[in-house]
Structures are given as structure tokens and as C-alpha cells.
Design a protein around this ligand. Sequence first.
Ligand code: MN
Length: 425
Amino acid sequence: MIIIHTSDLHLVPSNLHNTVLEEAYYEVLNEIKNIILNQDSKYLVIPGDFFDDDSVHYDILIKTARILRELREKGVRVVVSHGNHDIARGGSGVLDLLASVGLIHLTRFDEAMNWLILHPLVFEDDKIVFYGVPGFRGSSNKEVEYFKQGTTKFNEASKYRDYIVVVLAHIQTKFYGYDPSRYSWRYGSLYLEYDDFLRRTPENTKYIALGHLHLPIPQEEEFKSKAAYPGAPIGIDVNDFRETYELLKKKAYRRVLMADLSSDIPVIKAIKLENTPIVHYYSTYSKSIEELRNQIKQQLLDIELGKYTILLVDVESDKLTSQDIAKLNHELNREVKEKKVYIRIGLKNIEKTLEDNIRVDVEGSQDFSIDEIEFKVIQEYVSKKKINIPAEKIQWVINYLGKDLGQLSEKHIQDLIRELLGGSE
Ligand SMILES: [Mn+2]
């Protein structure tokens, strides 16, 4: 039994609509479809954040449904669980819609009396059972709490002792000696200890298909493991793009996983995705917008272009303003659109760079989610500068803009207060 495992496709982040990158998201899904058909596998598992939201634009729905329909016609079962992005806010969402028309098989859960009850999704012909641990919305990280408290129930697990059990889980966790925080500071703030998680899955669990982390872990091309994060094929923001660049330097790639469940411990192979954007990174110092424009244009001549290319530029300057940068960003993106290049310029203000970039002490804040840490940062800033805007409101605006800002700095907060919220300092 071979399954293909991907996660966090995030079709399609709203800030990337109508950019050259939008198409890459569908191309990647199409590529995954071809991989699964070539490997003659019957199951595609997606543990959460298939979509970037619980309600999606008509275009996204149609383009996705077309690919899912092809898979269904070829006898492929697409098994999906909820992620914190696409779990329904109430009532039903895009996943329920696709499940109701039979294009995906959605794992089900209930919350009752402080328990998380996971229902089996059974395919009798293959004697295989899927359970899905959902990712919950917001900063509460409820799924982690349920596991810590031991209030998760895999319903009817004893009935399926002779079946292959696969658990999909949209959760940040350590597993089999892999510690996500060793890979990036972003993953240090909140996760589940190895034991809390693995102890509570059914005894005969064959494989845990993990999702939520956008970074692939582990990063080998072939390994044996009962759990793995495939990572996001593209990701959603500058942090993810930056990680793609870092991965490339280590000769690691954005990928899907092919898990062979026939041996005792699954043998897992990474299949490199060809349609995921190539990312280049360039950092520079500029005194004027003309100088910066020329520097970036030179870079564009020097870099290797892929099917899709992202050029991240960090510019340090004491002269340029964020408005200058936004204008140049817009202008350059229009010019390179034909080549399917997407440029993202970030400004670092020189006097403020290092000291004011807020360093979150990850070690000391184990119990906080990233949202909570951000909130503390905002609160501190608000009280330090005696600003008359509630921290909640500032965080709301930051969330509204998407996690698009990279590492939250005082400069961001300052800009937002000045440009958007009209507060006085
Ligand atoms: Mn997620």
C-alpha cells in the first residue's frame, strides 16, 4: 500500500491573488495529481490547510474541483482533514462542500464534554482506516491542549485492530527525535512533546501524516519513519519563501512524500516538486530609489529563472521610505510579470534595525503560541510608547494584513499606527 502525502497547499493566499504566483498553486496541485497517477497509488492524504480559508473564491473552487474530479475518475481517494486555515468558522466550509459532492473524503471529529472525539473513515476494500486530528483556529491551539490533557478519543479504534491505521494530524509536534524548533525559531514557541502525542494514537497506527509546519521534516530524500512533515509545496508568505531559499542552499527541496506502508516501519521517499517557485534572496544597501531599481534589475539579469521565480530583496536604507519601496515593488512586478517572476522588497531602516527588531525569547515562552507572543510584543510597545490604541486593535490589523510582515518589528507596529490607525505617540 502506497500513499502520497502532501499538506498545507493553501489554495490560494489572498495577497497572492492576481499575481504571477497564483497560477503556481494550481500547477503544483496538478503536478501532485500526475505524481499520484504515475505512482499508481490510490490514496492522496492532505492533513489540513488544503485551502487558505474556509470559504474560497469561486475561481479557486472550480480550478481545484477540476483536478479532484480527474483524480476521482482514476479511482484515487483524496483523504483530507481540517487545518487551522480551512476549518469552518461555523456551519460548513469549502471542505464540507467538496466532501458533500464526493470529491474528497473528509475525516470527522466532535468536541463533547471537553473531549476531542475523532471518527474513523473506513475503506473496507483495502482494510484501511483514517483518523484526522484537526487544527483549530486562533491562538488557543486547542488540538495541542487536548493531547496534553489526554482528552482525545480515537473512536472505535479497537474495532480496527487488523486494519492499516493512518492518522492525519494538523499539529506542531516533536516526533521520533525530530524537534521542529531545531530547524527554525518559528517552530519553537509551542508544540507537543513526543510522548503526549504518540502515546495517544491507536496502538496499530502505521503512519502519522503530519501537517501545519511548512518546513519539510525530516529533509532526507529517503528515510524510514512512522511520521513526517512533507512541508508546504509553496507556502504562504515571505518566511516560507525565505525557507525555500535556505532549503535550496542545503540541496533540499519542496516535495511530496510517498509512503510505502507495506513494511513494518514505512519507507518514505521525497518526490521533488518541479512547479514550486525557485527563490532567490538579495540584500543590499541603497541611498536612492534609482540606485535600488538598478541593483534589482541587475540581479534579475544574474539569477537563474525557473518556471516561477521569487526574488526577495532586503534593502537597508536611511533615506528610503516604505512608500518609495511599495511603488518600486509595484513597478518592477509589472515589468517582470511575463517572465513569471515575483519580486518582494522589504525595507530595513538602518538606525532601527537590530535593537528594535523584537527578539522573541523562544526558550522562555514555551507555552505561548506565535499569536500570543506577538500580542505581548504589541502590548509592551503600546505601554512603552503610551499609545492610546488598544493592543487588540493593532493585532487585529496585523492579522488582517496576513502574516505577511515577516518577523514582527517595532517598525511595523509604528507604521501601522501612523498609516492606518491614526494614533498619536
Ligand atoms: Mn496550518
